[in-house]
Design a protein around this ligand. Structure first.
Ligand code: NAD
Length: 356
C-alpha cells in the first residue's frame, strides 16, 4: 500500500515524540511491505515563527491532500502572551475545522502493567478501566461567537454555544456505532437540566437510540459523569458528549489511567482522512531533554493505520509491541515505578521498534 501522511511535529516535545512514531511507521512499512510518503508541515508556535500565523495555508492544503495527518503537540511559554487568535492553539482548532473533523475518539484504557501509576484506589482500578470518549469537535462554545464588551462601564464577556440537530445527530451516531463494535453500552453526557443545547442533544440522542436496540443507552449529566469517572470507571464503555464537556472529561479520564503520555486520539470527519495526535500538550518543562513518553504518539500512529488506512493487523502489531515493552518493565520517567527501568524517549521508540 502507498499512502501520503502529513506530519505536523509542532512545538516542545512534538518533534521528539513524532520522530519515534515515524520510526515505528517505517518499521511497519518495511515488515508489511507498504510505502508511506511524509510531507512535513508547520503548525502552532513554529508556524508563527516561520510564517507569522499558527496555521499557514500550505499546512491546510498539505493536510487536505494527504491520506492522513500525524500531529505532535503545539504551544509553549514563548507564545503565551499573544492575542487569542494568534496563539498556537488557534492552529489546532483551525486544522480541525478546515478538515471538518467533527469526531474525536479518545480511549481511556488502563494498561495492567501501569496499574500502580493510577491515582485511584486499587479496588476501583482492579474493576478495570477501558472506555472510549467520543467528543464532538467542531461545534459548541469553542466555535461560537466570543466577545468582550463594555456595558454600563463594566467589562462583560460572552461566549455563545450553538449546536444544530444535524451536528448532534452525526456525532451521536458515531457513539452508537463505536458502542456496537465494543461492549454495546453508550452513555450520552449533557447538562440538560440547564442548557438548551443539551436539551436538544438529549432529545436527539434518545431519538437515534431507537435505531440501536442492542445498545444499552443512558443519559448522564456532566457533573455526575465527572464524579462517576473517578468513583466507578468500570461502568463505562462508550461516552458521547459535546466539545467542551469532552475536553474536560477526557483529561480527567487520562489521569486515572496513569500517565497522560500514554493516550492516543483520532479525529475524523466524513471520509477516511483523519488527524491523529496524543492527548497531551507540548510539555515545555521537559522539551529537548529526550525524556518524553512517545507511546501516546506511537499509539496514535497505530490508530492512523487502523482508521484511515484499514490496516488492522499492522495497528494491532504496534499495540502488541507497546504491551510487550511495558511487560518487560521498560518505562519513561512519567510512568516510572519501583523495579522498572527508565528509558529515554529514543530508547523507548527503539524498544517498541524491536518488538515489531
Ligand atoms: P502538557 O500536557 O504539555 O503537560 C502537562 C504535564 O504532563 C507536564 O508536566 C508534562 O511534562 C507532562 N507530560 C505531557 N506529555 C508528556 C509525555 N509525552 N511524556 C512525559 N510527560 C508528559 O500540558 P500543559 O503543561 O498544560 O501545556 C503545555 C503547553 O501545551 C501549553 O502551551 C498548552 O497550551 C499546550 N497544549 C497543547 C495541546 C495540543 O497540542 N493538543 C494540548 C494541551 C496543551
Amino acid at each position: 500500500m502507498r499512502k501520503k501522511i502529513a506530519v505536523l511535529k509542532g512545538d516542545g516535545i512534538g518533534p521528539e515524540i513524532v520522530g519515534e512514531a515515524l520510526k515505528i511507521l517505517e518499521v511497519v512499512a518495511e515488515k508489511y511491505n507498504h510505502h508511506f510518503a511524509y510531507n512535513f508541515l508547520d503548525i502552532g508556535g513554529c508556524a508563527i515563527d516561520a510564517h507569522g500565523t499558527p496555521l499557514p495555508q500550505e499546512t491546510i492544503d498539505g493536510c487536505l491532500a494527504a491520506d492522513a495527518t500525524l500531529l505532535g503537540a503545539v504551544g509553549g511559554p514563548k507564545w503565551d502572551n499573544l492575542a487569542g487568535d494568534k496563539r498556537p492553539e488557534k492552529g489546532l482548532l483551525g486544522i480541525r475545522k478546515a478538515m471538518n473533523l467533527y469526531s474525536n475518539l479518545r480511549p481511556a484504557k488502563l494498561f495492567n502493567q501501569l496499574a500502580d501509576a493510577s491515582p485511584l484506589r486499587k479496588e476501583i482500578v482492579d474493576a478495570g478501566i477501558d472506555f472510549i470518549v467520543v467528543r464532538e469537535l467542531t461545534g459548541g462554545v469553542y466555535f461560537g461567537e466570543h466577545k468582550t464588551e463594555e456595558i454600563n462601564g463594566e467589562k462583560v464577556a460572552t461566549d455563545i454555544m450553538p449546536y444544530s440537530e444535524k451536528e448532534i445527530e452525526r456525532i451521536v451516531r458515531i457513539g452508537f456505532e463505536t458502542a456496537m463494535k465494543r461492549r454495546k453500552k453508550l452513555t450520552s453526557v449533557d447538562k440538560a437540566n440547564v442548557l438548551d443545547t443539551s436539551r436538544l442533544w438529549r432529545a436527539t440522542a434518545e431519538r437515534v437510540a431507537k435505531e440501536y436496540p442492542e445498545v444499552e443507552f443512558a443519559n448522564m449529566l456532566v457533573d455526575n459523569c465527572a464524579m462517576q469517572i473517578v468513583k466507578n470507571p468500570a461502568q463505562f464503555d462508550v461516552i458521547v458528549t459535546e466539545n467542551m464537556f469532552g475536553d474536560i472529561l477526557t483529561d480527567e479520564a487520562s489521569m486515572i489511567t496513569g500517565s497522560i503520555g500514554m493516550i492516543p486520539s483520532s479525529s475524523l470527519g466524513e471520509g477516511t482522512n483523519g488527524l491523529y495526535e496524543p492527548i497531551h500538550g507540548s510539555a515545555p518543562d521537559i522539551a529537548g531533554q529526550n525524556k518524553a513518553n512517545p507511546i501516546g504518539t506511537i499509539l496514535s500512529a497505530a490508530m492512523l493505520l487502523k482508521y484511515s488506512f484499514g490496516l488492522d493487523e499492522e495497528s494491532a502489531a504496534i499495540e502488541k509491541a507497546v504491551n510487550k515493552v511495558l511487560e518487560k518493565g521498560l518505562r519513561t520517567g512519567d510512568s516510572m515505578s519501583a523495579g522498572c527501568k527508565c528509558l529515554t524517549c529514543t530508547e523507548m521508540g527503539n524498544a517498541i521498534a524491536e518488538e515489531i
